[in-house]
Design a protein around this ligand. Structure first.
Ligand code: PGA
Length: 258
């Protein structure tokens, strides 16, 4: 059964368009110091592109994971302003966030584009953190499952089970991102369970049991323990609260309050 498998929690800070190189190094330094006391958990940061190189150098030999916030789907080419997956790999990234709702809303990242990027990420040895989530209007219209199913099916098209089980999925209800309005534990669990069941249908039970599903949307120290206690919530994708060491550490130490 899916829930009998122990999945290692994974919490990633999505810094969005914040932090100069100096600020990034300061934040990462504080996290590195705290890392040893956090226990068996994967922790990652997703700085802006401009800080990736410097952060990667500071992270050498550290267990902190480095993620980019986006990538192009081609390996190289005349695509002014874009960053290719091999470049992310080269600079030291292991993960790349794809299909974040801000990319979908403001930069035209369609389901098809997210899929192309996800396949490119895998092809170049990066683990995609694939975001799905419904808009408030979609939730109110009772379309939550319909929307996340469409996004998940599209994102994983053409990706085999071996790759899929290594991916990270992030359920981020758009109405909860940056709004201070978090999904309740039950709302998160309900969608996570649905997504896991769907992965089981697309692949098999063992892939569904292995895949880690993060929740994202106004996660903070106060609500992290409740969310993380849900059987199908395996981590968090944290925006605002990942920008200050105390706030992010408050989430990373969720076990203290659970
Ligand atoms: P938030 O952002 O934690 O600020 O709501 C989450 C995200 O965008 O990944």
């Amino acid at each position: 059964m899916a829930d009998e498998i122990k999945r290692k929690p994974i919490i990633i800070g999505n810094w969005k368009m914040y932090k100069t190189v100096g600020e990034a190094l300061e934040l990462v330094g504080a996290l590195q110091k705290a890392l040893p006391r956090l226990g068996d958990i994967d922790v990652g940061v997703a700085p802006p592109f401009t800080a990736l190189g410097a952060v990667a150098r500071q992270l050498e030999g550290s267990a902190l994971l480095l993620a980019a916030q986006n990538c192009h789907f081609e390996a190289a080419g005349a695509f002014t302003g874009e960053i290719a997956p091999p470049m992310l790999k080269d600079v030291g990234c292991s993960h790349v966030i794809l299909g974040h709702s801000e990319r979908r809303q403001f930069f035209g990242d369609t389901d098809e584009l997210v899929n192309k990027k996800a396949r490119a990420a895998f092809a170049h040895g990066l683990v995609p953190v694939i975001c799905v989530g419904e808009l408030l209007a979609e939730r109110e219209a009772g379309q939550t499952f319909l929307v996340v199913e469409r996004q998940l099916r599209a994102a994983f098209a053409g990706i085999d089970a071996t790759a899929a089980r290594r991916a990270v999925l992030a359920y981020e209800p758009v109405w909860a991102i940056g709004t201070g309005r978090t999904a309740t534990d039950a709302q998160a669990q309900e969608v996570h369970a649905f997504l896991r069941q769907l992965v089981g249908e697309l692949y098999d039970g063992s892939t569904a049991a292995a895949l880690r599903i993060q929740y994202g949307g106004s996660v903070k120290a106060e609500n992290a323990a409740g969310l993380m206690a849900q059987p199908d919530v395996d981590g968090a994708l944290v925006g605002g609260a990942s920008l200050k060491p105390e706030a992010f550490l408050g989430i990373l130490e969720y076990r203290r309050t659970s």
